[in-house]
Design a binder for this molecule. Sequence first.
Ligand code: HAS
Ligand code: CU
Length: 448
Amino acid sequence: MVGARDMAFPKLNAVAFWLNPPAGALVLGSFFFGGSQSGWTAYPPLSLVTANTAQSMWILAIVLVGSSSILGSLNFVVTIWKMKVPSMKWDELPLFCWAILATSLLALVSTPVLAAGLVLLLFDINFGTSFFKPDAGGNVVIYQHLFWFYSHPAVYLMILPIFGILSEVIPVHARKPIFGYKAIAYSSLAICVVGLFVWVHHMFTSGTPGWMRMFFTISTLIVAVPTGIKIFSWVATLWQGKIRYTSAMLFAIGLLMMFVLGGIGGVTLGTAPFDGHVHDTYYVVAHFHYVLFGGSVFGIYAAIYHWFPKMTGRMMNETLGKIHFVLTFIGTNLTFLPMHELGLQGMPRRVAMYDPQFEAINQLCTYGAYLLAISVIPFTLNILWSWNAGAKAGDNPWNALTLEWTTSSPPAIENWEELPIITHGPYDYGTVTEGEPLTTSTEAEATA
Ligand code: HAS
Ligand code: CU
């Protein structure tokens, strides 16, 4: 998308990738030693007293994927910064690349802190230190700070690239210039900066002092502003567009609806007096599934329908795509909407057995979950069938204007024979006649 032939550091790219399989092996292997039993947060003291070997393997795995993130992010920052084609100005950088740039910078700042916290935990478990052992002068809340200093930004690591996907899918399938290019680009950076100062909203009930709860309530509410700027820009892009209801677009629109619901749920949680009532209940579970499933997973689906033709040279089947969308959309809401009510009624998270009074609503969630499982069938069939027998895509089936659509589908090794030259912006649908490619000349032609 920036016109580069490869990542800035191809070998580092390989290292970042190959750190993942051993991490996966460690996590799966930990099941043979009882499995890590303290959830994704690995809070001490629980993580200090259960399944020590498994917990240690889990920590090593997370440190490996964390290292992979750090190396990958470094690579993305340098690639976007230094390797975009010389003719591409900063305000012609595709919004997906802006989003990846912001995500990478955020990962570089926050991930090492998690790694530090986990290494201290590893020492406590194996080497007799007592960073987090209260009876030996340690402090469990310090761990929570180290953990959430990374793990709140982590939710933006999971959603910012999705925001980038939306900024590509929506203008292309609405056939309209993106509304508020600069606002969308810079609000990602704003989310990163503000997102670094909200982590204590996960710890409102950890005995945090009042001034801290107030500070972090305010900073949390502020995060909704740059996010809202993006949402309104996408809606304005859709407004009066010549919308094609492709599967990619349906998932993008569904995403907008689901994410706004989840985000507003987040704002309610960010308000400390309310959070005190619903912390550690299903209300939180409802919130994060709307933003993570309704947000991130819908976004990955949209991206697959949008870029599959580029990756494979073949189109996906739209009928199967639409069935997939309808099942996913209904399944998502049936599974996760009732969880808000469960939480408000007081059903706690992380329980294996719930009180019988919660049964009816849980039943609804279960039906929804079955629907979601079924929804994967048309999707999987679609991928397998389309990869082999889908209609030929050509270079640019959507008449999109970003650079990746100017090379062949699938792209040749190193993407281009000669580096492309930018002749108009990535979203100039107003000025470009339909179907005209973004670049018509190569470096050689231009100099000639
Ligand atoms: Fe969250 C817990 C607050 C976004 C994921 N979140 C979680 C957990 C996960 C997660 C996984 O403050 C559980 C962690 C665990 O295991 O314990 N979250 C927010 C806020 C936002 C937010 C304020 N979360 C995300 C995203 C995620 C994600 C994105 C992943 C992809 N979240 C919380 C809080 C907790 C929490 C508390 C802890 C709860 C607890 O007790 O444990 C924001 O970034 C959302 C911004 C987006 C919007 C929607 C669009 C904006 C518009 C503008 C107008 C709206 C305004 C608000 C001005 C707000 C349309 C008006 C307000 C009204 C009520 C109308
Ligand atoms: Cu958070």
